[in-house]
Design a binder for this molecule. Sequence first.
Ligand code: TRP
Length: 330
Amino acid sequence: MNNNTRKTILSGMRPTGKLHLGHWTGALENWVALQESYNNYHLVADYHALTTNLDTSELYQNTIDMVIDWLAAGIDPERSPVFRQSQVKEHTELHLIFSMLITKARLERNPSVKDQVRDLNIENIIYGHLGYPVLQAADILLYRGDLVPVGEDQLSHVEITREIARRFNTAWGDVFPEPQPKLTKFARLPGLDGKDRKMSKSMNNTILMSDDEDTVMQKLRKAPTDVEKVRRNDPGRPDVCLVFTYHEKFNPADIPEIREGCESGALGCVDCKKRCATAVNTFLAPHIERRRKYEEHPTLVDDILRDGEDRARETAAETMTAVRNAMKLG
Ligand code: TRP
């Protein structure tokens, strides 16, 4: 397909450092697949990181760590610019204009910010945090994104983006598409602690995309399994077992046999976990191979960002010209 007739995808993540398998199943896997048939922009939401953490001392390193994980996963920076939001000034400009198009009450109703306020025990929300989805709308619409690959938790932000696009177009003329969310297929990946919550750095229950073979083996060895399968030959219940979920995702070919072995008692948990670790390691091997180059030469990542930022700026500037023309500003 010609690049000009392709639809545009804008994907973004906050730079929280090294990524884990949950990021793969929830987002990255989708990003990599989508590069085949869309124009993609991959944004590092470093301004968004400030909404919950003013300590910027690790922001740059966290960005580099995350971008290496993207590249190791197969994101191709030549096809799809990889860039930091903070390096493209148009984000702040469009954010300001958009902030005139949405009410404070609407933002206060946004469930995902409400959840964060509750989870982080925030008593008095800052203005920029309340405006989180407004900045996200600017991220998406600056590149006139048609599609946004997201998990369930981000649907409300895409909805706000659509509202803002409509309001802009009504007030000043058709500049923006109304982007659609593109939900990721695989449900959230549970964390290694088996407490039925998702894999997350703050819960310390992750397998990192950068973990080596031994680390994966050690981490899985400690993972809980079906509590009723006490001895090796006891029959187990794969459907309540965390390790089985990982098999389903990373070792699908062996599923019938593992189910059978677990249920009949022929397969013990120790062996089952070893096989799971091997499957995860096999999955991670090409990532580890691809990341080596960037770990040995970190300046390559700086170059990729700089190049992505130049290209992002070009598109962003074009959109801002259209915005200013439509608004008769300047
Ligand atoms: N809010 C997103 C998250 O926490 C990150 C993000 C910022 C984003 N800007 C975006 C995602 C634009 C998609 C599109 O995951």
